[in-house]
Design a binder for this molecule. Structure first.
Ligand code: ATP
Length: 401
C-alpha cells in the first residue's frame, strides 16, 4: 500500500485513545454486540451466533434477552483510579488516521485523491473469541483510509474491491475460495453508505476476511471543528471539543470541504490464517513416508534461505557458509539462517515445515570449485550453482512475478 503506491502515506499512531475520539466516532454508543446468557448452563453467547434460539452448548431455550455489550477495553490514565480519567485501547486503527489527517496533510502537501494507511494492534472485548486466530481480543489490523472527491466515492469503492481481491490472490489465496458479499442496507454500520465484505472459505466456514466501506464524510465530519461551515452530508454528532479543522481546501476556488473516504479494512491474523490454510501441505512420498510443507509464497516466508554446511563444526565449510549467509542477508530481503547442525536431511524437512523456499548446502566440493547445492522447497530438486550466482538466484525467487 505505502511503498508500491505513490498516493498513500504510512502512519504509526497511538493505541491509547482519548474517549472523546470514540465518543464522536459513534463507538461509545454503537460498538456493541448483542449478548445472551444461557440460564441453564451459564454460558454466554453473541445473539447472532445462536441458531433457533437455542444455547449452542446445552440446547436449552432458557436464554436471557439480548442486551448490548460494548466491545471496547478501558484502561486508567494517571495514578488514581477515579473512574473518570481513562483511555480506550483502540478498537480499530482507523480513528487515529482521521484525527491525524491535518498533520499528514500539512507535512505532505497532498491532493485528492490520496490515502493514509496504518497497520497495528486493535483490541475488542469479543464475547466469543474462537476458531484459532480468526477471532481474538487482541489482533492486528491493516487499514487504508483513501480520501476522495465526493461524487467519485462509488467508483473508488469498486476500484478498491478489485485491488484488494487481486492482492489477496497475490498472497497465495485461491480465487475460488474468495467471495464478495454486499452488506444489506439494514446491516450497514452507522458510518457506511455501502460495504463490500471479502469472504474467505476458512476451515470452519465462509467468513469475513476484509471489509471495504464507503464511509463518506462521516469521520472527518465528526472530528472536525466548525462543522456547520463545511456542508457535511453525514449525520454527525455536534463536536464541541475539536480544535482542528479536518477538511481540504480546493486550490482553485479556495473553498473548504470534507472529502469522502473509502476504507479497505483487513485483519492480518485472519489473512495469515487463510494463507496458512492454503499453504499447509502433506505429501505422500515413496516408501509410505509423508512430507509436511508450508508452501508460502517466497515473499511471505519468515526465513528466506537456510545455508547448511554438510558437516557440523567443520572450520572450512563454516567459513564458506558464513560468507554466503552474510551476502544473502545483505540483500535485506528477509531472514537468512546458518544451520550448523550437520544433518542435511533433517534440516531440509524442518525448513520445508516453516516454509523456507531455498536451502543452500556447502559441501567439500564447494571448497574446491566454489559451487554449492541449491535445494528447492516445493520440487525438492537439487542443482549445483557457482556461489557467485546464489544471491541473484534468491533475488529472482523473492521478486513477485
Ligand atoms: P466480525 O463481523 O467478524 O466481528 P467486523 O465486521 O466486526 O468482523 P471490522 O470491524 O470490519 O470487523 O474489522 C475489519 C477487519 O478486522 C475484519 O475484516 C477482520 O479481518 C478483522 N477483525 C475484526 N475483529 C477481529 C477479531 N476479533 N479478531 C481478529 N480479527 C478481527
Amino acid at each position: 500500500m505505502v511503498y508500491d503506491r505513490d498516493d498513500v502515506e504510512g502512519l504509526d499512531a497511538s493505541i491509547l485513545t482519548n474517549p472523546k475520539v470514540l465518543q464522536y466516532s459513534g463507538h461509545e454508543d454503537t460498538f456493541a454486540d448483542p449478548l445472551v446468557d444461557c440460564r441453564s448452563c451459564k454460558s454466554r453467547w453473541r445473539a447472532d451466533d445462536l441458531k433457533d434460539h437455542k444455547c449452542p452448548s446445552c440446547n436449552s431455550e432458557d436464554l436471557t434477552r439480548p442486551r448490548p455489550f460494548n466491545l471496547m477495553f478501558k484502561t486508567n490514565i494517571g495514578p488514581v483510579d477515579d473512574g473518570k480519567s481513562f483511555a480506550y485501547l483502540r478498537p480499530e486503527t482507523a480513528q487515529q488516521i482521521f484525527t491525524n489527517f491535518k498533520n499528514v496533510l500539512d507535512s505532505t502537501s497532498r491532493n485528492l485523491p490520496f490515502g493514509i494507511a496504518q497497520i497495528g494492534k486493535a483490541f475488542r472485548n469479543e464475547v466469543t473469541p474462537r476458531n484459532f486466530i480468526f477471532r481474538t481480543r487482541e489482533f492486528e489490523q491493516m487499514e487504508l483510509e483513501f480520501f476522495v472527491v465526493p461524487g467519485t466515492d462509488e467508483k473508488w469503492l469498486d476500484f478498491w474491491v478489485e485491488e484488494r481481491l487481486r492482492w489477496w490472490v497475490e498472497q497465495g489465496l485461491d480465487q475460488n475460495s474468495l467471495e464478495l458479499h454486499k452488506v444489506e442496507k439494514e446491516k450497514l454500520s452507522h458510518y457506511s453508505k455501502a460495504t463490500i465484505d471479502i469472504m474467505y472459505g476458512f476451515p470452519h466456514g465462509l467468513e469475513e476476511l476484509e471489509g471495504i466501506a464507503n464511509r463518506t464524510d462521516f469521520d472527518l465530519g465528526s472530528h472536525t471543528k466548525r462543522q456547520s461551515e463545511l456542508n457535511i452530508n453525514s449525520k454527525v454528532k455536534k463536536n464541541t471539543d475539536s480544535a482542528t479543522r479536518l477538511a481540504f481546501q480546493d486550490k482553485q476556488t479556495n473553498d473548504w470541504g470534507v472529502p469522502y473516504v473509502v476504507e479497505p479494512s483487513a485483519g492480518v491474523d485472519r489473512g495469515f490464517l487463510a494463507i496458512l490454510n492454503e499453504a499447509y501441505r502433506v505429501e505422500k512420498l515413496e516408501g509410505g513416508k509423508e512430507r509436511l510443507t508450508l508452501a508460502l509464497k517466497p515473499h511471505l516466508a519468515p526465513i528466506k534461505a537456510a545455508v547448511i554446511p554438510l558437516k557440523r563444526n567443520h572450520a572450512g565449510l563454516l567459513e564458506v557458509a558464513a560468507k554466503i549467509k552474510k551476502t544473502l542477508q545483505g540483500l535485506q530481503m528477509g531472514r537468512v539462517l546458518l544451520e550448523n547442525s550437520g544433518n542435511i536431511g533433517k534440516n531440509y524437512r524442518r525448513h520445508d515445515e516453516v516454509g523456507t523456499p531455498l536451502c543452500v548446502t556447502v559441501d567439500f566440493q564447494s571448497l574446491e570449485d566454489q559451487t554449492v547445492t541449491l535445494r528447492d522447497r516445493d520440487t525438492m530438486e537439487q542443482r549445483r550453482l557457482p556461489i557467485s550466482e546464489v544471491a541473484t538466484h534468491l533475488q529472482g525467487l523473492l521478486t513477485p512475478q
